[in-house]
Design a protein around this ligand. Structure first.
Ligand code: FPP
Length: 224
């Protein structure tokens, strides 16, 4: 969800206003996903690297997250959205953690769109965490090293209940992965757009999906 800062700068507004507009886009895009019958959406809302930002900006992002959880739980129940978080939320405030966990618990039996927020998420940290868990199980004798395959590994990632993404959209003209779902994106189709996240809407999402539908996914097989 890139480009909030630049959106604000272009309008002579503080960066935080860009994030505020970005949080409105989150609501808009979630609605569009429901309409377009998307089954899963994962939004990269706070990376392990985002702690390097100013205290003020981090505080504002936590505030927006807090507002989102306060205002959206009812809507999620109404729309059948299943809410999930990937990432290490142990560094978040106890109040925010409680809201995240209760949001996940309340919505766990919903069968509509799964909305995943990546919070204090970093793919390298996720992979290292999986390695540690597996190593620990090996030491205890619960896993034999020679039985570790992709499936075993996958089950130790934060995304164990979520399918690998079909399409990754990055806004604002940045063309890199920035530590996002490195393992899971092995066969994902990438779509880069110049549109800044606060300006992103249903039409942009539809354009990305149309472009995706024109791609031939070969998973290593020969061209058709
Ligand atoms: C990147 O844009 C964006 C973020 C680091 C934060 C994304 C957060 C939100 C959209 C709002 C809060 C989320 C929810 C789910 C309510 P940037 O600040 O790096 O933009 P720039 O590259 O233009 O400076």
């Amino acid at each position: 969800m890139d480009g909030n800062g630049r959106w604000a700068k272009k309008k002579g507004l503080p960066r935080i206003k860009g994030h505020f507009e970005g949080s409105k886009t989150v609501r808009r895009v979630v609605e569009a996903c429901i309409e377009l019958k998307v089954r899963y959406i994962t939004l990269y809302a706070f990376s392990t690297e985002n702690w390097k930002r100013s205290k003020r900006e981090i505080g504002a992002l936590m505030g927006l997250l807090n507002n989102f959880l306060n205002s959206e739980l009812n809507n999620m129940m109404k729309k059948g959205i299943k809410f999930k978080v990937i990432g290490d939320i142990s560094l978040f405030s106890p109040g925010l953690r409680k809201k995240i966990i209760s949001g996940e618990k309340h919505t766990k039996d919903n069968t509509g769109l799964t909305l995943v927020l990546a919070l204090n998420y970093g793919s390298r940290a996720e992979i290292l965490n999986a390695v540690r868990e597996i190593a620990d199980k090996c030491l205890k004798g619960d896993i034999k090293p020679q039985t570790i395959d992709e499936d075993v590994f996958k089950r130790h990632l934060y995304t164990k209940d979520i399918p690998d993404p079909d399409l990754l959209i990055r806004t604002s003209g940045e063309i890199r992965l920035s530590n996002f779902l490195l393992w899971q994106c092995s066969y994902t189709e990438f779509y880069f757009t110049e549109v800044l996240w606060p300006d992103f809407g249903k039409d942009d999402l539809m354009e990305a999906i149309m472009e995706y539908s024109r791609r031939e996914r070969r998973y290593g097989k020969e061209r058709a």
